[in-house]
Design a protein around this ligand. Structure first.
Ligand SMILES: Nc1ncnc2c1ncn2[C@@H]1O[C@H](COP(=O)(O)OP(=O)(O)O)[C@@H](O)[C@H]1O
Ligand SMILES: [Mg+2]
Length: 152
């Protein structure tokens, strides 16, 4: 089975549709690690994931830029949306409740900040700029049992 999945996301709706496919397959204990430069769509993906998983298309999903983490009670799990850009080292992560959060679903922007706490098994999503302004290229890795189902 291929180890990577490469997807063209021609517009933000395509990113949201991918997020919904990931949300439909996510379960407690899962980690989704979101990489890509500022403005790539990591928060946009997270918002779509949380709206799909909650069943509420209008769910408020504030950016965790300053709080570093936001918690969501979903029907089948608790989800934690982290933005670690401003994290002050791994000790700060433990203080944010990382260990407890790992019992639910974690969505992590800037996962390079996790250091040794980076989950060994995770879905990795890298978003890169595409050919036009609204387009992105997605590369997914991990979830060997579920990866193929994430293609459109
Ligand atoms: N295909 C796409 N996927 C995701 N976001 C897109 C796409 N096309 C345009 N955008 C826009 O790019 C921006 C992504 O911002 P954001 O999700 O905050 O990025 P990040 O969290 O990676 O810094 C948003 O303004 C969004 O509307
Ligand atoms: Mg962001």
């Amino acid at each position: 089975m291929p180890e990577f999945l490469h997807l063209d996301l021609p517009d933000e709706a395509a990113t949201a549709a991918l997020a919904a496919r990931v949300a439909a397959r996510a379960r407690p204990g899962d980690a989704v690690l979101l990489e890509g430069p500022l403005g790539a769509g990591k928060s946009s993906f997270s918002r779509a994931f949380l709206r799909a998983a909650s069943g509420d298309p209008a769910l408020e999903v504030p950016s965790p830029t300053f709080t570093l983490v936001q918690e969501y009670a979903l029907p089948g799990a608790t989800a934690f949306h982290f933005d670690l850009w401003r994290l002050d080292g791994p000790r700060g992560l433990v203080e944010l409740g990382w260990e407890e959060a790992r019992e639910g679903i974690v969505l992590v922007e800037w996962p390079d900040r996790l250091g040794a706490l980076r989950p060994a098994e995770a879905l990795h999503l890298v978003l890169a700029p595409g050919a036009s302004e609204g387009a992105r290229l997605a590369t997914l890795r991990g979830w060997p049992d579920r990866l193929a189902g994430l293609a459109a």
